[in-house]
Every structure is written in structure tokens, then in C-alpha cells.
Design a binder for this molecule. Structure first.
Ligand code: GUN
Length: 311
């Protein structure tokens, strides 16, 4: 039987509506949460992500501003910008879009963000809060994955979860959240022996590797929940055939655009999995929704407003 499709657009819309309601309540009390996004240079993917973040901020009613230092910016110049944003009381959240250019010391920049305004949850203090189960700000994509699982009523406690990918942004924090939710968690990476065999143990399989369609049917236990974090552009005919042979709709799109988007999970996995996130329209929309939620949460925590809703 084909897998249940976990609709990220629908879940993200629910969360955005909750956040917008939270923003309205805060506005009635005279507070407008503010989010500052820092986009260095002209990385095309980053520009698209940041456009989405700013648009969504406006839609939920946040004050939002975009800072765009040039590609040639130095670490010290960025540190001065961060210091200014840290100081400004009307800014509750600061997001520095990654990757930064090679001359910039990214770790120093992320360390300079006030942990109370760190809506990406990348500051070591927030990483420590997550690993010790203290209240803090949690990275957006991992937080979004947990929302998909919870709002889709997928059992986590006691389940075997396998996370493929050990990045600081997705793999590690996702594993930590799953541990905190009482799953039994394995993290896999490029040196893992018998990756398909380890993945087949998973009741919940999270793929965050950045390789088009790498997780094939033989990696997946029948009935498992599969969360696909990948966003890869397929541009060659050979790769297209490996992934989408016989799919007329994709064929049409590929012919028209010369490329198509695919996750880290092969489309045929939908024939084995019990539930699966699509690409696009799965995890992606949750990343921005959780950024909005984090901005409001940061504003409440900083300003001592109680957290009365889920937003
Ligand atoms: N680049 C890719 N993903 C992210 C993210 O979640 N946050 C930031 N700041 N940069 C990214």
C-alpha cells in the first residue's frame, strides 16, 4: 500500500496561524516582536530562503528587517552588525543565513549572537540547553520535524529512530530531540558500516544527507515513517531516469525547466513506507514556520510574557 503523505504545507499553515494569533495578542499588549535576518552576498539558494523568511515574517505580523552586507565583508564588520542587533531592544530574533563566505569565521559570528535572540538555535548555549533538556531556542528544521511527527500522531517514545546525517544544523539536533522524546536513536554518516541494514531497523527514518534519492527502497522497513530533509536539484537525464522514470508529470516539468527537485529519499520509497514527507511540500515549509514560532518565543522569553499558546 502507498504511504500516507505527511503534508508539510498544511502543518506549517497551522503553525503560522498559531504564531499570527500569538503576535496579535502581544500587539494588544503593546509589543511587536522583531526579527533581523542577515544575508551576506548573493548565494542564490540563500537569497531564495531569506526571501521566504522575510515574506513569512510580514504575513504573521512580525517586524522584520533584512541586512545585506557585501560578499567581501570581514568577520569584524559582521561582529559589529551583530553587536548592534544584540543591543537593539526592538529586535527579538537574529538569524545569520549560512553559509558565510570563506573569509568569515562563521563560528565566531554565531557565537556572537545573543543566545536569547538566537532564533536558529545554533549558539553553543542553546545547543547545551537542548542536550540537557532546559528551555531554550531549538533549530528550526529539527523542531519542524518534531511538529510533523507529533501533529501526525506518529508514536515516538520507545521507537527506533535512525538519523542519516550528522550536521550541526539538522542531524545532531534532530537526534537530540528524538532522544528527548524517548526514541532509541542511531546517527549514521559517511563512515557507517552497512547503512541500508542500520536504516532498515528504523521505525522513524530521517534523511538529511544532501544526496539526491540516496535512500532507496532497500533502506526502509515496510511501514516505517520516513522524513526527507533533502532538497536537491536534478539536472541530468541519467539522474532523472534513475529517480523518475515513467512519471509523466515530472517528465513534463523536467522538460520545461531543465531541472526538478528531489529529496534524499528515492520516490519509490513511498511504495514501502507507512508515512512519508514529500519534496517539495514536506519538511521545507516547517523550517520557516518554526522560525516564526522561535521569534515569538524569543520575544516572550526576553520580555517575560508567558507562553500561553503552542506558538
Ligand atoms: N542555511 C541552511 N539552512 C539554514 C538554517 O536553518 N538557518 C540558517 N541561518 N542558515 C541556513
Amino acid at each position: 500500500m502507498a504511504a500516507t503523505i505527511l503534508d508539510g504545507n498544511k502543518i506549517a499553515a497551522e503553525i503560522r496561524a498559531e504564531v499570527a494569533a500569538g503576535v496579535k495578542t502581544m500587539a494588544a499588549a503593546g509589543v511587536r516582536p522583531g526579527l533581523a535576518v542577515v544575508l551576506v552576498g548573493h548565494n542564490p539558494a540563500s537569497e531564495i530562503y531569506v526571501r521566504g523568511k522575510v515574506k513569512s515574517s510580514e504575513e504573521v505580523g512580525l517586524h522584520s528587517e533584512k541586512h545585506t552586507p557585501p560578499e567581501s565583508v570581514s568577520t569584524d564588520e559582521l561582529l559589529r552588525l551583530i553587536a548592534d542587533l544584540n543591543r537593539r531592544d526592538e529586535i527579538d530574533g537574529i538569524l545569520v543565513q549560512l553559509p558565510l563566505p570563506p573569509q568569515v569565521d562563521s563560528k565566531r559570528v554565531l557565537l556572537a549572537v545573543d543566545p536569547a535572540k538566537d532564533v536558529d538555535g545554533f549558539h553553543p548555549m542553546n545547543v547545551g540547553f537542548l542536550s540537557t533538556q532546559r528551555p531554550g531556542l531549538v533549530p528550526c528544521t529539527p523542531a519542524g520535524i518534531m511538529e510533523i511527527l507529533k501533529r501526525s500522531h506518529i508514536l515516538i517514545a520507545g521507537q527506533e529512530a535512525v538519523v542519516v546525517g550528522r550536521s550541526d544544523i539538522v542531524g545532531k539536533p534532530t537526534a537530540m530531540l528524538l532522544i528527548n522524546a524517548n526514541a532509541t536513536v542511531t546517527i549514521c554518516h559517511s563512515k557507517t558500516r552497512d547503512l541500508p541494514g542500520v536504516c532498515r531497523r528504523a521505525d522513524i527514518l530521517v534523511a538529511a544527507i544532501g544526496r539526491a534519492g540516496m535512500i532507496t527502497r532497500d533502506f526502509v522497513k515496510p511501514g516505517a515513517t520516513v522524513i526527507d530533509v533533502g532538497m536537491n536539484q536534478v539536472t541530468t537525464r541519467t539522474e532523472f531516469e534513475r529517480l523518475f522514470a515513467g512519471n509523466a508529470k515530472r517528465e513534463e516539468a523536467f522538460r520545461a525547466k531543465g531541472s526538478t527537485l528531489v529529496g534524499d529519499v528515492h520516490p519509490q520509497v513511498a511504495m514501502v513506507a507507512g508515512a512519508i514527507t514529500p519534496v517539495p511540500g514536506g519538511v521545507g515549509p516547517l523550517t520557516i514556520a518554526m522560525l516564526m514560532a522561535n521569534a515569538v518565543r524569543a520575544a516572550r522569553l526576553r520580555r517575560g510574557v508567558p507562553e500561553f499558546s503552542k506558538a
